[in-house]
Design a protein around this ligand. Structure first.
Ligand code: HDD
Length: 712
């Protein structure tokens, strides 16, 4: 067992993966048939300079396997990163559900989590402006429960039948496959401008939520309203939330673009490194419970996936904690082959009639059939439940299980009718008996027609900096759109959200500034229906501002896992350097030495320190903060490098904490603007190191933004 496994041997799923693992340590190289290989350098030839023989089964096997290594990438969420962990419950939720992992506080339920971007290919950049997928596979004692959510609580469309259209619009354009992993192009905004129901989600997508600082610093949402069912069979509605204990934080767009060049694996690396270093990412699971009687009490429909339930109306109750504590051993076997499905549920959880959810219940098995190539994808080790599978399904491509029963049907007498159905009391799943009395129609409920009130709610809940970022994002995205009619239609839609926002965007696009709200036309209408039946409405949201929607109100009390660049080279002040490194370590932050050369540096007391990066191999956008200790020789050498000057100025532009001592302070004071009101916020010069670290925990100092703007 690896060191890592010993640490987490309480994870039953990890234990069950062990028999499938192979390491090759101390072994001979062999063919797939177990034959030891003597020469892995030369193919079998007719003479030293002659042609290779078809008989060379060793080469044929090796190349054939290589030729077939690739499988189709996911049609959406192709780029992802995964990790193992556990979920622990704080308190039984038996009043609402009978699900074991939500009622038994003694359990440590194993989980495998996969985070993803949506639009880009497998090899695309992590920092694309995009929604992030947030999938959690719970290996419960009652079977697999998959939470398949996003880092945003709402979605673009109300009915799954529109999903292929949405994805075709956002993916690279069909004629030239440009642009990769980006929504800033004509087909996406064409579609969005014709579908007013997407307005709320577009506000989220244009906000900084779409460019997270870390996968460990984003929320997760189940999006749809689900049902919880208790032992007595009573149902409540529920919205699922994951809240990161490090708070919700983002980078800025200029930074995201630069990170994409400097380290396209930024999020993947960050998650991996945090787990390897023992700074395990943690989230609390929260439930918003709505009783059956309250189904219709809101000014929106709880079945409409373009709506959230403001926390002011229904509080989020924290019920347990998820900790990711083990990296996968093999990306393909685990992260790539894991197959999620919102239809994988356990007794105690059930669906609602949200038409987006209903369509998803079909799509996910279907997609695994083409992606993983066989109805036996549940037998791939990462997809196996921990509690065993017993049924009469048989055969198919790549079947692994050797079913030894003489029967494969039910009822049977030969095997005494086993495997047998389970009574509900014995854990048998039984669907919630919802009363349905309806005509069979293709239609959209009138209660789904308010397309703007929550878009307004979201916008109005943002801080000034967040509003500015959102406005800039729209200016950027629509600025990349070539067709003017699409830009105009979008400005029209924005007038329904906020006139000032629409005007600012119009101005940047060189369009006429709107004088009042324009009526947007909903083009998502059946051929024979009247526009009126599908007309977009602005409802009147009771809640005008919701604190939970702004990242300004998030947790900012820790430097745990934050990356601090320490600009230091030979002759650096020994005490100042070591004090910072020690204090950062004490807070579980990472202080990395960025020097003028690789290898090692010697401080002014002769102590040797390992260099982590040079100004050539890293960039300020890959750090949360910058620190410049004193030491004349060191600071003189650093300030002679243009890249070092850029490093500090760019960190300033991105509103990060900057700290310095002695000669370091002299240098950065010359480099940085003073700010209109004296010393800029978050620039901590010649102060105790703890003061600087407190500034790091604040994440960013937005008040510094563009006052004045600095070229970097
Ligand atoms: Fe989906 C993957 C989340 C709507 C069809 N979806 C996928 C993944 C996530 C989501 C996180 C990646 C799973 C993984 O890591 O392997 N999808 C959502 C959310 C939605 C949503 C939160 C709306 C609330 N999806 C949605 C609809 C459809 C799909 C309406 C189809 C009708 N989604 C898929 C899919 C994928 C998928 C094509 C691609 C790969 C996969 O399923 O396994 O079936």
């Amino acid at each position: 067992m690896k060191e890592n496994d010993k640490k987490n041997s309480q994870n039953e799923k990890v234990d069950k993966l062990q028999p499938f693992s192979e390491n090759g340590d101390q072994e001979h190289l062999s063919t797939n048939q177990g034959l030891k290989i003597n020469d892995n350098q030369n193919s079998l030839k007719a003479g030293e300079r002659g042609p290779t023989l078809l008989e060379d089964f060793i080469m044929r096997e090796k190349i054939t396997h290589f030729d077939h290594e690739r499988i189709p990438e996911r049609i959406v969420h192709a780029r992802g990163s995964g990790a193992h962990g556990i979920f622990e419950l704080y308190e039984s939720q038996q009043n609402y559900t009978k699900a074991g992992f939500l009622t038994d506080t003694s359990r440590k339920t194993p989980v495998f989590v996969r985070f993803s971007t949506v639009a880009g290919s497998r090899g695309s950049t992590d920092l694309a402006r995009d929604v992030r997928g947030f999938s959690v596979k719970f290996y419960t004692e009652e079977g697999i429960y998959d939470f398949v959510g996003n880092n945003m609580p709402v979605f673009f469309i109300q009915d799954a039948i529109k999903f292929p259209d949405l994805i075709h619009a956002v993916k690279p354009e069909p004629h030239n496959e440009i642009p990769q992993a980006a929504s800033a192009h004509d087909t996406f905004w064409d579609f969005i401008s014709l579908m007013p129901e997407s307005t709320h989600m577009v506000m989220w997508l244009m906000s900084d939520r779409a460019i997270p600082r870390s996968l460990r610093m984003m929320e997760g949402f189940g999006v749809h309203t689900f049902r919880l069912i208790n032992e007595a069979g009573a149902s409540s509605f529920v919205k699922f939330h994951w809240k990161p204990l490090l708070g919700v934080h983002s980078v800025v767009w200029d930074e995201a673009k630069k990170i994409s060049g400097n380290d396209p694996d930024f999020h993947r690396r960050d998650l991996w490194d945090a787990i390897e270093s023992g700074t395990f990412p943690e989230w609390e699971l929260g439930l918003q419970i709505i009783s059956e009687e309250d189904e219709h009490k809101f000014d929106f429909d709880i079945l409409d996936p373009t709506k959230l339930i403001p926390e002011e109306l229904v509080p989020v109750i924290p019920v347990g904690k998820m900790t990711l504590n083990r990296n996968p051993d093999n990306f393909f076997a685990e992260t790539e082959q894991v197959a999620f499905h919102p239809g994988h549920i356990v007794p105690g959880i059930d669906f609602t009639n949200d038409p987006l959810l209903q369509g998803r219940l079909f799509s996910y098995t279907d997609t695994q059939l083409s992606r993983l190539g066989s109805p036996n994808f549940h037998e791939i080790p990462i997809n196996r439940p921990i509690n065993g599978v017993h049924n009469n399904q048989r055969d198919g491509h790549m079947r692994q299980t050797i079913n030894t029963s003489k029967t494969s049907y039910e009822p049977n007498s030969i095997s005494e009718n086993y495997p047998a159905q389970a009574k509900v009391a014995d854990g048998g799943f039984s669907s919630y008996e919802e009363r349905i009395d309806a005509r069979k129609i293709r239609a959209r409920s009138e209660s789904f027609r308010d397309h703007f009130s929550q878009a307004k709610l979201f916008y109005n809940s943002q801080s000034e900096a967040e509003k500015n970022h959102l406005t800039d994002a729209l200016r950027f995205e629509l600025g990349k759109v070539e067709r003017e009619e699409i830009r105009k239609r979008m400005v029209g839609i924005l007038t329904q959200v906020d006139l000032e926002l629409a005007s600012k965007v119009a101005e940047a696009l060189g369009l006429e500034v709107p004088s009042g709200p324009e009526k947007p036309i909903n083009h998502s209408v059946p051929a024979d229906a009247s526009q009126e039946d599908y007309e977009s409405k602005t409802g009147s949201s009771k809640i005008k501002v919701s604190a939970a929607l702004s990242m300004e109100n998030t947790i900012k009390d820790t430097i745990k896992s934050r990356q601090i660049a320490v600009l230091a080279t030979d002759g650096v002040n020994s005490e100042q350097l070591q004090e910072l490194i020690k204090a950062a370590q004490a807070g579980s932050a990472q202080a990395k030495i960025v020097a003028t050369h690789n290898g090692h540096i010697k401080d002014d007391k002769g102590v040797i320190h390992k260099v982590d990066f040079t100004f050539l191999t890293t960039a300020s956008v890959l750090f949360d903060a910058v620190y410049v200790p004193g030491g004349k020789l060191s600071v003189n050498a650093i300030k002679a490098e243009a890249d070092a000057q850029h490093f500090v100025v760019e960190a300033f532009k991105h509103c990060k904490a900057i700290g310095s001592q002695a000669e370091g302070t002299e240098w950065i004071s010359q480099l940085l603007p003073d700010g209109s009101n004296g010393k800029p916020a978050g620039v901590i010069t010649n102060q105790p190191v703890q003061k600087f670290l407190n500034a790091v925990s604040q994440h960013r100092f937005w008040e510094r933004e563009k006052k004045p703007d600095v070229p970097a």
